[in-house]
Design a protein around this ligand. Structure first.
Ligand SMILES: Cc1cc2nc3c(=O)[nH]c(=O)nc-3n(C[C@H](O)[C@H](O)[C@H](O)COP(=O)(O)O)c2cc1C
Length: 212
């Protein structure tokens, strides 16, 4: 009887310890910005393509920079106030659930010659992160093809991508491709190179041809 109780107590203590370790890892990861090498345009930029992105912890930034590198395209970052701590994470989740658009600032980029715009962001609550929706809401996308690229730990909802496509249409653009890059859950995540390799395959080999 005593042994049985001891086992139960040991099991409960082990479960609590695993829970605390998982929570600590999540907090540490959430506070860490994972840097990637910046991309600078070479002499002959591809005028038909541009990349605009939001990233809270650096993974989408790495993918956006890879897309810019792939197409030799100008790249612009969206800034929004979601600090990398529990407050920022809570705000990100609650804004995403409420579909509340944050105030954003965007690095300057000339979209006038652009025919295909890559929009890159993390997934929050199964949909592109709120700063990307805010960007679409304030941008004239007339005649532009849009490729949505989202990174995530686990999954997205197709209905949310469809809603994003409608938001793009409302601004005059047309969503031609959505690439979801699953990084894997907190304990088992893809390496940076594996993530970028997957991005390259989707953005080049599996991309729809750009209309003339
Ligand atoms: C508030 C919040 C909600 C999230 N919701 C999802 C989700 O619904 N699906 C998913 O796959 N990942 C989700 N994630 C994980 C991020 O999308 C993932 O870690 C992403 O690659 C981070 O990109 P970043 O480093 O560019 O910010 C969520 C993260 C946060 C902070």
């Amino acid at each position: 009887m005593v042994t049985w109780k001891r086992r139960l107590l040991f099991g409960a203590a082990a479960a609590v310890a695993v829970g605390i370790a998982a929570f600590t890892l999540m907090v540490v990861k959430d506070r860490t910005y994972v840097t990637s090498p910046a991309y600078t345009l070479t002499a002959e930029p591809n005028g038909a393509v541009a990349v605009v992105y939001y990233s809270r912890s650096g993974h989408s930034e790495a993918v956006a920079r890879e897309a810019a590198r792939l197409f030799n395209a100008p790249i612009a970052r969206i800034e929004a106030d979601y600090p990398r701590d529990m407050t920022g994470q809570r705000r990100a989740a609650s804004d995403a659930k409420a579909e509340k658009l944050p105030h954003i600032t965007v690095e300057p980029v000339d979209l006038s010659p652009v025919r295909r715009l890559y929009l890159v962001s993390p997934t929050w609550m199964f949909r592109p992160a709120t700063p990307l929706w805010a960007y679409v809401a304030q941008t004239d996308l007339t005649g532009k093809e849009v490729v949505l690229v989202t990174t995530g730990n686990s999954r997205f909802e197709q209905s949310e991508t469809d809603a994003f496509a409608r938001a793009v249409e409302a601004r005059g653009g047309h969503l031609v491709q959505h690439v979801f890059l699953r990084r894997g859950r907190i304990f088992w995540q893809k390496s940076r190179e594996a993530l970028l390799q997957e991005a390259r395959i989707h953005l080049s080999e599996r991309a729809p041809a750009l209309k003339p």
